[in-house]
Design a protein around this ligand. Structure first.
Ligand code: NAD
Ligand code: MLT
Length: 312
């Protein structure tokens, strides 16, 4: 595949640029483009690299007359219209491994922050109030953690939280009970999971079968006080239903890194005292950003060297 000019439209580690430049590829980094600006300039490029901010719509793809490949420096390709890309013979590739550890570690931080109100206690102490009474937590040891989606991140979360003495149960339609057992997860159906879990963490793609997976019906099947963690994709949790459950006490807390709309404007949810939230920081570590930048640009080189992918 011939790639001579690449546009990077989201902030990405310099490692990606360096790797591409070494192969004499022209690289332009232009972030924070409006949709219209992207549509206007995309016609000049053979390839586009994005993270999650750029929406690679039908219009963008159709305007990219020379476009051969779209690279996603991360896992989820839900910001890319893959169907239109395929129809236009534009290859969509991702970098699925580089941010696994970062996303799993943030998930564990969310679980622990819901058990021990470190964030709220710290905020209060910074205002000068030494309050030892309001912030009694709970231990995670002996509690049941349910992991829905036992892929790369789900498995890593299982391993980490087993070390804290949690009982880990889980579900994934493409994983067998025997495989789940290998990384310490008791496999069961969702219907068995809801009433048993003290914490439920989702690690699934946003697809039809996972949209609104945590909703008013499933929340009501859970133990009173269940804690919900979403570090995968907004839309897998029905935010209005979650807020109602938090207000009624059916949910005892939520750790949210991703939202139905980003940036999230649902202030009632963000400001809720039982919510710990971050602005889509799952992959935001120095290490993960270097790894995904390298992973995606090295794939570009593989494509360039590949005879079998003879895209004109
Ligand atoms: P993965 O593909 O390795 O794992 C996803 C798993 O979900 C797969 O095992 C799949 O079989 C399973 N699955 C699919 N449909 C399911 C369903 N209906 N019920 C239960 N399981 C189902 O992906 P991953 O690398 O583990 O990433 C998981 C998610 O986390 C993705 O959505 C990704 O975009 C997101 N992510 C978010 C951040 C962040 O910054 N917050 C960082 C990295 C990844
Ligand atoms: C991903 O799917 O990899 C994440 O959303 C990470 C990101 O790009 O920030």
């Amino acid at each position: 595949m011939n790639i001579s000019k690449v546009l990077i439209s989201d902030s990405l580690d310099q490692a990606a640029v360096d790797i591409l430049l070494k192969r004499n590829i022209q690289v332009d980094v232009k972030t924070k483009l409006t949709p219209q600006e992207l549509i206007e300039i995309i016609k000049d490029y053979d390839a586009l690299i994005v993270r999650s901010a750029t929406r690679v719509t039908k219009e963008v793809i159709e305007a990219g007359k020379k476009l051969k490949v779209i690279g996603r420096a991360g896992v989820g390709v839900d910001n890319i219209d893959v169907k239109t890309a395929t129809q236009n013979r534009v290859l969509v590739i991702n970098a699925p491994d580089g941010n696994t550890t970062a996303a799993a570690e943030l998930t564990c931080i969310m679980i622990l922050s819901l058990a021990r109100p470190v964030v709220a206690a710290c905020s209060k102490l910074k205002t000068g109030v030494w309050d030892k009474e309001s912030f009694k937590g709970t231990e995670v040891q002996g509690k049941t953690l349910a992991i829905v989606g036992l892929g790369r991140i789900g498995r890593k979360v299982a391993t980490c939280m087993k070390a804290f003495g949690m009982r880990v149960i889980g579900y994934d339609p493409f994983v067998t009970p025997d495989d789940a057992q290998k990384f310490g997860v008791e496999f069961m159906d969702l219907e068995q999971i809801w009433p048993q879990a003290d914490y439920i963490t989702l690690h699934v793609p946003l697809i039809e079968s996972t949209r609104g997976l945590v909703n008013s019906v499933t929340l009501n099947k859970c133990k009173k006080g269940v804690k919900i963690i979403n570090c995968c994709r907004g839309g897998t949790v029905d935010e209005k239903a979650l807020l109602e459950a938090l207000n009624s006490g059916q949910a005892g807390g939520a750790g949210l890194d991703v939202f139905e709309e980003e940036p999230c404007k649902f202030n009632e949810l963000l400001e809720h005292p039982k919510v710990v939230c971050t602005p889509h920081l799952g992959a935001s570590t120095k290490e993960a950003q270097i790894k995904v930048a390298e992973e995606i640009s090295l794939q570009f080189l593989t494509l360039m060297d590949s005879d079998s992918l003879n895209v004109p």
